[in-house]
Design a protein around this ligand. Structure first.
Ligand code: GAP
Length: 514
């Protein structure tokens, strides 16, 4: 990560803590690695993101319904889904630093370094040759670049081979051959590479003798698959239809870093769309486009999103891509869109012995539907919104301000109600305005400190509007509304405030933009 972005990320993290968005979990005991709590402002922002997603799925699509399945599921679920046998990451320890790493990530980092070397060669040559420089030609002919590229291709092929065959000895050999050193100890003193299952387990049952091992779900999707027939029959759903769900998922990530980007307890917003076999590619394209539009409507900048198609598909998928977001540490996965074929339902059929098929009334046939899945991390959406909203500004009068330009419909508070002084009946007037607004908009009331200081505090938590009640208010029933982004103030009749603010802060209006 470049230094400037590194600093920005650090500032975002400390701002999130200082202003009640995110706290380290159980901080008084020095925290728990890769687990975080959402504070008073974070919980509001998170709930608003959920509402935006839930309404998009279940209000705008009359063939999608939502459920809320339990976190604990019958242990056979995870056998059928493949998680017991294959939800592994390769893990390696450095014997000197005692630090633990994901072996595949160490290799990927080594590949990235080789790619950087190519970029440096190209940069140097571009300087040397000036305007006549042809980068593509240089890359395809320069012996040094060709050598690096050959090594990258070989490494990629060996990595793919080791990962898909579960060949941990091959993975270790790759680390040795690439001469990878531990960034902490600087040594190459590695343990063997071992497979590490990412699922957390616990025991259900009150007596030791009849307790049995169960897992905390590593994805919400399986709660949807096992309820496929329940929902289809009770909801009389006709294919194509979708089931949506928001909920917690748990993964014992080997290396959980980068704040809330990779956590051990996190939240997913997933939707499984059940379609006729053969029609899945049409729906895969449909959902790719729809989901990107959902993100773009937030207005964080179209350039901050891109598709990343998977070249190495999981055994159950016939197409898969990520929507990546430009996080402070670069473009990374925000959402996955996967065409999962009939893998999950078929496997649950096999393990449960229950038929999980759809009867098509038109051609009077039973079949196992194919599934297109959209799966977005709620916490990653949060991080994307928070990090792009965070701005440090130098104002015309030379002062500084930190502002969170959170899209108004998602902001924790929509409006701050600020009587100019604590006397002359201004607080009473302000309270009356708040009592009228609070049913529709989340309000924040404050009368302490100078008005400029209060504006800054609201900027820092992303409140899009501040209403100031002054002496003129008592005379003509008008207030000023200050806009967070432009800092402009406008005088408005109290009678018009509600409709004006509801319009700007409504999630439903945001949905209309998609
Ligand atoms: N059902 C499919 C599935 O779970 P995934 O790509 O493993 O697919 C989907 O996860 C999304 O969940 C990711 O795109 C990411 O946004 C989020 N996610 C996954 N692991 C996470 C973690 N450890 N911390 C935070 N979010 C995570």
């Amino acid at each position: 990560m470049a230094n400037q972005e590194d600093n920005l990320f650090k500032n975002v993290i400390s701002h999130a803590k200082e202003y009640g968005f995110i706290f380290p979990s159980s901080e008084i005991y020095d925290g728990l690695s890769a687990v975080y709590d959402y504070g008073q402002n974070g919980a509001e922002l998170k709930n608003n993101i959920k509402e935006y997603w839930w309404k998009f799925m279940t209000l705008l699509h009359d063939n999608i319904v939502g459920i809320d399945a339990a976190i604990f599921m019958h242990p056979t679920t995870w056998k059928a889904s493949g998680h017991v046998d294959a939800f592994n990451d390769p893990m390696v320890d450095n014997k000197d630093s005692k630090k633990r790493y994901r072996a595949d990530v160490l290799v990927e980092d080594a590949i990235a370094k080789m790619e950087e070397k190519i970029d440096k060669e190209v940069e140097k040559a571009a300087k040397r040759f000036g305007e006549s420089f042809d980068a593509a030609m240089f890359k395809s002919t320069n012996p040094r670049v060709l050598e690096y590229q050959k090594k990258i291709d070989e490494t990629n092929a060996r990595l793919k081979d080791a990962m898909s065959n579960g060949d941990m000895a091959g993975m270790k050999q790759l680390i040795i051959d690439l001469e990878i050193t531990d960034p902490v100890s600087g040594t190459k003193n590695w343990t063997d590479v071992r497979q590490f299952n990412l699922m957390f387990s616990t025991e259900i049952g009150s007596l030791a003798e009849d307790a049995s091992k169960i897992y905390l779900r590593p994805e919400t999707a399986q709660g949807i698959f096992v309820n496929f027939l329940n929902v289809q029959k009770t909801g009389r759903m006709k294919i194509p239809f979708g089931i949506a769900q928001i909920g917690k998922a748990f993964r014992n990530e080997i290396v959980a870093r980068q704040f809330i980007f990779r956590m051990r307890e996190f939240e997913q917003m997933e939707m499984q769309f059940f379609v006729k076999p053969g029609e899945e590619m049409k729906w895969y394209e449909f959902w790719k486009e729809k989901r990107l539009k959902w993100h773009l409507a937030l207005g964080l900048g179209n350039d901050n999103y891109r598709y990343h198609d998977h070249l190495n598909l999981a055994h159950y998928a016939n197409a898969a891509c990520d929507i990546q977001f430009n996080f402070p540490m670069g473009f990374k996965e925000l959402e996955g869109i996967h065409s999962r074929t009939d893998f999950d339902l078929k496997s649950h059929e096999k393990y449960s012995g229950k038929k999980l098929q759809y009867f098509d009334p038109e051609d009077t046939q039973n079949f196992i539907p194919y599934v297109v899945e959209t799966s977005v991390g709620l916490d990653r959406c949060f991080l994307g919104i928070l990090s792009k909203s965070y701005q440090e500004e130098k104002l015309e009068d030379g002062s500084d301000r930190v502002v969170l330009r959170i899209p108004a419909p998602l902001a924790p508070n929509k409006v701050a109600i600020l009587p100019l002084t604590k006397k002359d009946g201004l607080p009473e007037k302000a309270q009356a305005i708040m009592n009228d607004l609070k049913y529709d908009l989340r309000c924040f009331y404050e009368e302490k400190d100078a008005i400029g200081k209060r504006y800054r505090r609201q900027d820092a938590i992303g409140t899009p509007y501040c209403i100031t009640i002054d002496h003129q208010t008592l005379e003509d029933d008008t207030v000023t509304i200050r806009d967070r982004d432009s800092m402009k103030q406008e005088r408005v009749r109290i009678a018009d405030v509600r409709s004006k603010l509801i319009d700007a802060c409504s999630i439903n209006n945001l949905l209309r933009k998609i």
